[in-house]
Design a protein around this ligand. Structure first.
Ligand code: G3P
Length: 222
């Protein structure tokens, strides 16, 4: 059996910014160590360097721009994230959507540099399109459930199952994650039962009174 994966997207919550981002990353590292689950943190770009220096678990960027080194003021250069210590990146998050050609360019560049690519998608059709680009992961997140507290694995299980099916047909090497509204152990259990390899989540942990307890609950039914 494979070890499930939890990617904690810090987004731009104040609770997961700056010093509090480092705290949350340390807590995530403790949970990874105590449970043996693969926990990955995805902080804001400005926090990547310090977090990658201080925790052992993988750190992913939340986004990189489809640009090469040179004159692109204000852009996020993949090489900069690599040097800061990121070992992967989210791509095309619902809150940071990209053009198909740009997703393709970023996936190729990330792969060429041995980093991990996680392409986020909003439905079964875009999941199929994403799988043809051969990222390491496709993360299906129905936008209407993001931040809702209503778990995708319960509210729209057919979207997760449909994504798993279609990706299995297109490229079985691509692993599927699901996200949106996931917070409890039973939500993660349901995601795994639907064929996902893990979850991508944010508010259920970041905004919890006790994020460590919330993370431990998340992985309690694996
Ligand atoms: O990337 C994870 C995310 O979009 C899901 O957000 O707050 O519903 O866990 P949330």
């Amino acid at each position: 059996t494979r070890t499930p994966i939890v990617i904690l997207n810090f987004k731009t919550y104040l609770e997961s910014t700056g010093k509090r981002a480092l705290e949350l990353a340390k807590i995530s590292g403790e949970v990874a160590e105590e449970t043996g689950i693969n926990v990955v943190v995805s902080p804001q770009h400005a926090d990547v360097w310090q977090i990658a220096k201080e925790v052992e678990i993988p750190v992913f960027a939340q986004h990189v721009d489809p640009v090469d080194a040179g004159g692109h003021t204000g852009s996020i250069l993949m090489e900069s994230m690599m040097e800061a210590g990121a070992s992967g990146t989210l791509i095309n998050h619902s809150e940071q959507r990209m053009k198909l050609a740009d997703i393709d360019a970023v996936v190729k560049k990330v792969k060429a540099n041995d980093m991990v690519s996680v392409v986020c998608t909003n439905n079964v059709e875009t999941s199929a399109a994403a799988a043809t680009l051969k990222p390491n992961f496709v993360a299906i997140e129905p936008p209407e459930l993001i931040g809702s507290g209503i778990p995708v694995s319960k509210a729209e299980p057919e979207v997760v199952e449909g994504t798993v099916d279609v990706i299995h047909q297109i490229n079985p090497d691509v692993k599927v994650l699901c996200g949106a509204g996931i917070s409890a152990g039973e939500d993660m259990r349901a995601a795994l039962d639907l064929g996902a390899e893990g979850v991508l989540l944010a508010s259920g942990i970041i905004l919890a009174d006790d994020p460590k307890a919330a993370l431990l609950d998340l992985v309690s039914k694996i």
